[in-house]
Ligand binder design. Structure first.
Ligand SMILES: Cc1ncc(COP(=O)(O)O)c(C=O)c1O
Length: 406
């Protein structure tokens, strides 16, 4: 199958770019002497996880339990569930099962309540809960503040319990995306590392050792600072695919962006006061993230057509205008022809697609990938079964069956 044969809208992933992005991040972390514990949330594809771990199948971060469960079923271990765990019976039960099944399954917490709950929840065979303490080093989304007494109290509790293996500190620097004239990616990284290292030192003076302490976001790990050598691990995720947002943050070049949405032009419309084309890509194929932030001013970036703007997205339909507001020369864009949209935020765009079409550099479709679906907040345990690795036969016969079949 060639790209031109794809049903649209379709998510295309360029395998060689994915491999290059993964190799580059691996080399960078090696050069800085820091372990890479990559995040799985962007692709949610087991095959990509294999590439991210160089085949070792060890040492990944996930953001949902279905992700962790799919990886565990596929032979992965040393998985960190990096969303604060609370007293939610469904999640505790599933984290308990993963902790008992894997040699290393780590959870992350930021409250005394959860710490107490885990201390009083026994794992089979006397196994210990493995815990990272989520530390807020400036992002202010979640976590115990790095300089707070709460963080010390939590660390002491985790350190002293015989039922807990205290692993150390995890911080995320999501504010490396929110910049202004005084705040560059590098400033944010250095501020976060400074706060993290000070916390590690403070705990050390109390006799509490942190085995691991890391930060990570694709912007910081794509252009690391010297200070980032001083942590034990990085956990970027978006770098596997990158996107227009990362290009704008100088994390990557446009040519590194490894995924895009193929769409077909399905209509030409003009009259007095308007001139636009319609494509079969709406927000269900792209998401509405990033409007106005891309250079064209619309959603995403239309590959090789900087003159065009994806002006509006409704559910399954997008409206394209000329960036400069002039009438479109429709002869240049025949009905049925394809356009390719580079997403502003690939994590969000990929989450819209039950199948990814994998292309080589010649534009041949060489594989199909079936990502883990379901965010896991449902009490319905069918979430667990939404993912099964496809057999060759399944790949050959159907792209859709897997995503929805139990
Ligand atoms: C907790 C956590 N760690 C790591 C990452 C990876 O960051 P990025 O997407 O910038 O690679 C994220 C992303 O949202 C995250 O939420």
């Amino acid at each position: 199958m060639d790209i031109s044969d794809l049903p649209t809208p379709a998510l295309i992933v360029y395998i060689d770019k994915v491999k290059k992005n993964i190799k580059d991040m691996e080399k960078r972390s090696k050069k800085y002497g820091v372990r890479l514990r990559p995040h799985f949330k962007t692709s949610k594809v087991v095959k990509v996880a294999e590439l991210q771990t160089a085949g070792s199948k060890r040492g990944l971060v996930v953001s949902t339990l279905p992700e962790a469960e799919a990886l565990a079923e596929n032979g992965f271990d040393d998985i960190l569930y990096a969303v604060p765990l609370i007293n939610d019976p469904d999640k505790i039960k599933r984290c308990k099962a993963l902790s008992e099944k894997l040699s290393e399954f780590h959870v992350m917490i930021d409250t005394i309540d959860t710490a107490n709950l885990l201390v009083s929840t026994n794992l089979l065979n006397g196994k210990k809960w493995s815990i990272f303490l989520l530390t807020d080093c400036g992002y202010h989304r979640a976590g115990a503040l790095h300089d707070s007494s709460k963080l010390i109290e939590l660390a002491k509790l985790l350190h002293k319990s015989e039922k807990i293996q205290f692993q150390g500190l995890y911080t995320h620097c999501g504010h490396s995306y929110h910049l202004n004239a005084d705040k560059t990616v590098k400033n944010v990284a250095d501020e976060v590392v400074t706060n993290l290292l000070a916390t590690v030192e403070r705990l050390k003076t109390l006799g509490i050792q942190c085995k691991h302490y890391g930060l990570g976001s694709t912007p910081t790990c794509s252009q690391p600072t010297e200070m980032m050598r001083k942590v034990t691990e990085w956990h970027p995720g978006n770098y596997v695919f990158y996107d227009v947002q990362q290009e704008m943050l100088d994390s990557c070049e446009r040519s590194d962006i490894a995924c895009m949405v193929a769409t077909r032009i399905i209509g030409h419309y003009s009259s007095k006061g308007f001139s636009h084309m319609v494509v079969d890509c709406g927000f269900t194929a792209l998401t509405q993230q990033g409007y106005g932030k891309v250079p064209s001013g619309g959603y995403g970036a239309i590959l090789n057509h900087s003159e065009l703007k994806l002006e509006n997205l409704t559910q399954e339909v997008g409206k394209i205008t000329n960036v400069d507001g002039t009438s479109i020369d429709f002869a240049k864009y025949p009905i049925g022809s394809m356009l390719f949209i580079l997403p502003y935020h690939s994590c969000a765009t990929c989450a819209m697609h039950p199948v990814y079409y994998v292309a080589d550099n010649e534009g041949k479709i060489v594989d199909k990938w079936f990502p883990v679906r379901g965010c896991g907040s449902s009490r319905d345990e069918s979430n667990i079964f939404q993912y099964r690795p496809p057999s060759r036969e399944d790949v050959a016969t159907s792209s859709r069956r897997y995503a929805f079949e139990k």
